[in-house]
Design a protein around this ligand. Structure first.
Ligand SMILES: [Cu+2]
Length: 421
């Protein structure tokens, strides 16, 4: 089994780097690799949980967590008055009060459930509060006007000043990079034997939070797209997102280094965060495709994960197979488990991951109403419907600390969107 994990990427000393983005990319080794398993291992079930987590040593990543996480612990930052949490919405998104967190129930059951009235078909909403959901269309079915509005709004965030709550982020887009960088150790599994099953839930909320900020601060007035990554397996560089109109090209490495992106809407973009936990380190947006790795994001991995019926089993399969291989296959900044949102393509990749999660959930109502697995990758405290998930209030009052029950169903709880398949 492959055991590399990018939490240990060597920090690049900011002191020796120029203040302007270099024209050359960083060595591929600077980015590490997102932990992955092969499709054969996934089919064999090697990533199924079942380990006695409490017997495992505390992860050595602890030293990395403490200095950066203080800001973003639950209920941190500006106090959100959840009792009066109402935001006007003109976009069909439901924005509703989130009940104050109450003490978690006894964690004795291995699975926790809520009742749900949502029909099994994603085209049908019976939740009274979500009557006009945003519908996420696949990129190739998203209109040219929508595509342009989408990359325009991303560009707008890159040009906007930071909020100041995610220092040392240099612009509003980097607020999201910094948030992910800070939370990375808590929202991805450390290894196949030390797992957190918050990954799918947290990233669902994170992507949704970006949508709210694009809407509220950059005038974006469409639904998000999603990207059918599996249809480009083995040929990501030919994908219709990687063009000069949109995300720019997806080149291979240059002399062992990632290649700066000098075309597309993000041409010449400079990112100051990463690799890993590094900050104040301006470097060019850079990629290094490896189609041998992107080839592993295809239907065999999709099917292997889809055949898993329990949430932790499905979650582990997705995290370690096509999620990881999509990151590593695009290479460069995307191969970095911690600061990869620095490449806007990150969000297309995670829209695919969320699509997969939602599609799997449609198969069985229980998948939208119950949860199990590990809430952290140290001691495997139980993940319950009342486990808190937080995104540093990055979209203000729309982004309070939420319970898992508010995130589990995209058509109930805090969200109101679905996918067009
Ligand atoms: Cu992530």
């Amino acid at each position: 089994m492959k055991t590399t994990f990018a939490l240990f990427v060597p920090a690049v000393s900011a002191a020796v780097l120029p203040s302007a983005p270099a024209k050359q990319g960083l060595p591929l080794s600077a980015f590490g690799e997102v932990h992955s398993i092969s499709i054969i291992e996934a089919i064999q079930g090697v990533d199924l949980i079942g380990t006695n987590f409490s017997a495992l040593p505390i992860s050595t990543i602890d030293g990395l967590i403490d200095p950066v996480l203080d800001l973003f612990t639950p209920n941190s930052g500006d106090k959100v008055d959840e009792g009066s949490f109402r935001t006007s919405s003109t976009s069909g998104n439901k924005v509703a009060a989130s009940p104050s967190p109450s003490p978690s129930p006894s964690p004795s059951p291995s699975s926790f459930s809520v009742s749900s009235t949502t029909a099994a078909d994603d085209s049908v909403s019976v939740a009274a509060e979500c009557t006009n959901p945003h519908v996420r269309y696949e990129w190739d079915n998203y209109s040219t006007s929508d595509k342009k509005a989408f990359v325009d709004a991303l560009q707008c965030l890159i040009n906007a000043p930071p909020s100041g709550r995610f220092s040392p982020s240099r612009n509003r887009y980097e607020d999201f990079v910094r948030l992910h960088q800070s939370y990375a150790p808590n929202i991805h599994s450390t290894s196949t034997t030390q797992q957190t099953h918050k990954f799918l839930l947290w990233h669902r909320y994170y992507v949704w939070a970006l949508e709210q900020v694009m809407r509220d601060e950059c005038g974006f007035n469409r639904a998000f797209p999603w990207w059918d990554e599996k249809k480009w397996a083995g040929r990501f560089a030919q994908a219709t997102i990687f063009t000069s109109e949109y995300f720019g090209s997806l080149p291979g490495p240059t002399n062992g280094a990632a290649t700066c992106i000098n075309n597309g809407r993000f041409a010449g973009m400079s990112v100051s965060l990463g690799p890993g936990m590094t900050t104040n380190n301006p470097h060019c947006l850079q990629r290094a495709v490896n189609e041998g790795v992107t080839a592993q994001t295809g239907l065999s991995a999709w099917d292997a994960c889809f055949s898993r019926s329990s949430y932790p089993d499905f979650h582990s399969c997705v995290e370690f197979t096509y999620h990881a291989q999509g990151h590593n296959g695009m290479g460069g900044m995307m191969a970095d488990a911690i600061a990869s949102p620095g490449d806007p393509a990150f969000f297309m990749h995670h829209l695919f991951v969320d699509y997969a999660f939602r599609k799997w959930q449609i198969e069985d109502v229980q998948r939208r109403t119950t949860i199990s697995g590990c809430a952290d990758n140290k001691n495997c405290s139980p993940l319950t419907l009342d486990t808190m998930v937080y995104v540093g209030q990055i979209c203000g009052a729309k982004c309070p600390d939420l319970r898992v029950r508010d995130i589990l169903n995209t058509m109930e709880g805090h969200f109101c969107y679905r996918y067009n398949y």
